[in-house]
Design a protein around this ligand. Structure first.
Ligand SMILES: Nc1ncnc2c1ncn2[C@@H]1O[C@H](COP(=O)(O)OP(=O)(O)OP(=O)(O)O)[C@@H](O)[C@H]1O
Length: 721
């Protein structure tokens, strides 16, 4: 009997989940020993939840043991130069772990590309595996396949590069018996050719074809032997019976002695759980002599230099493009959403309300000979100048006021009494009510002429206004329009009376503005902040969704086992997102500046750069969400919960000057607040990069990028796997 070298040795492995002394504490592997010789099929059996997947993920280097050792193909998984994770291993996880938007061919090609396979070889392997595993037509999307069909593609993806070590987590679940048989035959053929296979399955019967079976229970291997030996030692006809006996024996014996390493009949005291030269079974199955063999026979891994980094970048790049382009929602969201948002913003925000109606109770006209119609009389002259006396007579001045009011888009609906008018406002039919007293014109003339008048004259010359203040914007608009109406009304009357136009104007005069135009619009104020929120929000959502998707579907994990480094995945994502952000920035700026005539006094390049960096900042925020949130729902809650306060506090909805000092300090530290002001200063004031108001915006953006990346790094660095 010659000793075979070991492909995998696990020595006194311990692994738990959860926190010590807490309810979620769960020991999964307890001083577990396992040896898998090269060129054998090793069937790993055990009840659901006993730790098979955990053990496999430690073997492929995706999880770390709490204590103990693992050697795989002459090295330690995860160690530099070990080649594991990497192309030496073919891993089929329990979950499908393939991108739903892949076609059957894409899925297999993705892994082939990661391993740097040439197109001709890839095609040859695809054709072979397609016929062996009866794969669905190559153009079908993975997400449209049944569970069994997806599983076969997943198996093909693990086999595509003919690895030295195959780790298959329940590859035959849901497949028909003929196909299962064919797969086992194929695995046996691979083993004969030198490939080592570790396979978990729920079909105990299948494992008869394995060279060695390990029965995992309560964190330890109860037995590790060839099927024939197990049947012989337990004197059973079936493996089920043998396992039943083993399980019963485990319960009967004290735990310390429960692990069966040799004969079930003789459990020697004090023997280490280490592997030994005891596995004598099939004629062609020789054994490893000790776990140290694997160290002494340490070989040089075939691919340990990272020379395939370019191939991996290419594979991940093609994957991301396929994922993106086959996701119509994602495309629409990324490309059209900025346009839709900007169009919606400029179309909906900042325009004056139109067609507002006010109830008017005009006792001045009501008691005239023509009633309210007197205002429509073209021969009506509210002001008649008497040159000789250098005075004016006034009559029905309310008609002029109402005329000026209609020019300001406030329309009158006549009412007879103030109660009726107020009722119309209270019922929501109209936005406000105006009331002119019977001798409005005389009282106004007396008030202007004499200056010092009794209260009755002041009352009679005043227009009473009741407004519905429940709509703040409309109330403000009505107030502003009534002030403008008064201004144009007094100018008109003064002019008609031969007096200086501005005589009765408010004695406050607004000169030319220092920055911007006198008739500046609300949208120009809000637009920079809106552009920043859009460019921040989109990459954050896209990044968190894609990365959480990849992680939950197991694509990230599986790619990592194939040798793709997190850095490579992230770099590809950053490159693609950066390209999309450039496009989004260009779209938004073109639409705002050229389409909607937004003022741009400063450098367009500086505007673009700030917007681009805000997009990158949003993407980093997306990384943070994807790393700290365990599900889409969680990420959605955190994203919504954080975006709203950021928008509310960034000063585009309400000035920071209206906030308390503490809140203002918080607002200023948020990612949009100072950058929004910087962008506005560039656009409206023409400020340059060297001015603090601009470079502060850049500094805040960069600080957020560093902070979010730092938090991601800390989580990845210290997260226990
Ligand atoms: N990330 C995790 N956090 C906490 N507990 C976990 C985690 N992963 C697995 N477990 C728990 O560890 C135990 C072993 O899980 P594992 O997936 O390794 O079992 P398994 O033998 O592969 O099960 P199955 O045959 O059903 O796939 C289970 O009780 C499981 O609930």
């Amino acid at each position: 009997m010659s000793a075979r070298p070991a492909a995998v040795v696990v020595e006194r492995a311990c692994k738990h989940y959860g926190r010590a002394n807490k309810q979620d504490y769960k020991p999964v592997l307890v001083n577990l020993d396992m040896t898998v010789e090269k060129g054998i099929i090793y069937g790993l059996l055990g009840p659901s939840g006993c730790g098979k997947t955990t053990l496999l993920s430690c073997i492929v280097g995706r999880r770390k043991l709490d204590s103990g050792n693992i050697w795989v193909l002459g090295g330690r998984p995860g160690e530099k130069g070990s080649g594991v994770p990497g192309p030496r291993v073919g891993y089929m996880p329990q979950d499908i772990a393939l991108v739903g938007e892949f076609t059957v061919r894409d899925a297999i090609s993705y892994f082939g590309r990661i391993y740097g396979m040439k197109s001709a070889k890839l095609k040859e392997r695809f054709d072979f595996l397609s016929s062996l595993l009866e794969l669905s037509p190559e153009g079908r999307l993975i997400k449209s396949l049944s569970g069994g069909q997806q599983r076969r593609v997943s198996l093909a993806a693990a086999l595509v590069h003919e690895p030295e070590l195959l780790i298959l987590d329940e590859p035959t679940v849901g497949l028909d018996p003929v196909l299962r048989e064919r797969i086992w035959e194929f695995l046996a053929e691979l083993a004969r050719g030198g490939t080592t296979v570790i396979i978990t399955t729920h079909y105990i019967d299948e494992t008869k074809q394995a060279h060695k079976i390990g029965l995992l229970r309560d964190g330890q291997l109860l037995a590790e032997d060839s099927p024939e030996e197990l049947l012989r030692k337990f004197d059973c006809d079936t493996l089920e019976d043998a396992f039943l006996k083993l399980a019963l024996r485990q319960h009967e014996l004290p735990r310390r002695r429960a692990t069966l390493t040799a004969s079930p009949d003789v459990i020697p005291e004090g023997i280490p759980n280490g592997v030994d030269s005891r596995y004598v079974s099939r004629e062609d199955f020789n054994v490893v002599t000790s776990s140290t063999d694997i160290l002494t026979t340490k070989e040089k891994p075939k691919d340990c230099k990272g020379g395939r980094s370019k191939a991996r970048y290419k594979a991940v790049f093609i994957k991301s493009i396929q994922q993106f382009s086959r996701h119509p929602g994602g495309l629409v969201f990324s490309i059209l959403f900025p346009i839709i948002q900007i169009v919606a913003f400029f179309s909906a925000i900042g325009h004056d309300p139109r067609g507002l109606q006010l109830a008017v109770v005009n006792e001045e006209t009501a008691f005239s000979p023509y009633g309210h119609d007197i205002c429509r009389n073209s021969s009506l002259q509210p002001i008649v100048r008497i040159e000789e006396e250098d005075t004016c007579e006034q009559y029905m001045l309310s008609c002029w006021f109402l005329e000026e009011m209609e020019k300001k888009e406030l329309y009158q609906i006549p009412y007879n009494t103030t109660d009726e008018a107020k009722q119309a406002v209270a019922s929501g039919k109209l936005y406000g009510a105006l009331y002119f007293r019977r001798n409005f014109s005389d009282a106004l003339a007396t008030r202007v002429r004499e200056g010092e008048v009794v209260d009755d004259v002041i009352d009679d010359s005043s227009i009473s206004v009741w407004v519905d203040v429940s709509n703040h914007q409309i109330t403000n608009f009505i107030k502003s329009q009534l002030h403008k109406t008064y201004s144009s009304f007094t100018k008109r009357t003064m002019r008609a009376c031969g007096r200086p136009e501005d005589l009765a104007q408010m004695p406050v005069r607004f000169q030319d503005p220092v920055y911007g135009k006198m008739d500046t619009q609300m949208v120009w104020f809000m637009a920079p902040g809106i552009m920043i929120t859009i460019i921040f929000f989109l990459p954050a959502v896209v990044t968190s969704t894609l990365l959480i998707g990849d992680r939950l579907e197991g694509v990230w994990e599986r790619s990592a086992v194939a040798g793709v480094k997190p850095k490579e995945m992230l770099n590809v994502h950053i490159a693609l997102q950066a390209a999309v952000i450039v496009l989004q920035t260009a779209e938004m700026m073109a639409l705002s500046f050229l389409g909607y005539g937004m003022p741009s006094e400063g450098s367009v390049v500086t505007c673009g750069l700030l917007l681009f960096l805000q997009g990158i900042c949003g993407m980093c925020y997306g990384f943070l969400l994807s790393i700290y949130c365990s599900s889409y729902t969680m990420s959605f809650f955190v994203a919504t919960g954080s975006f709203y306060p950021m928008i509310l506090l960034c000063g585009i909805l309400w000035p920071l000057e209206g906030m308390s000092t503490g809140l203002r300090i918080i607002a200023l530290t948020l990612p949009f607040t100072i950058p929004s002001k910087s962008l506005r200063d560039i656009m409206e004031k023409g400020s340059s990069f060297t001015e603090p108001s601009v470079y502060y915006g850049f500094l805040v953006t960069l600080a957020w990028i560093v902070l979010t990346l730092g938090l991601c790094f800390l989580r990845l660095r210290f997260k226990k796997t």
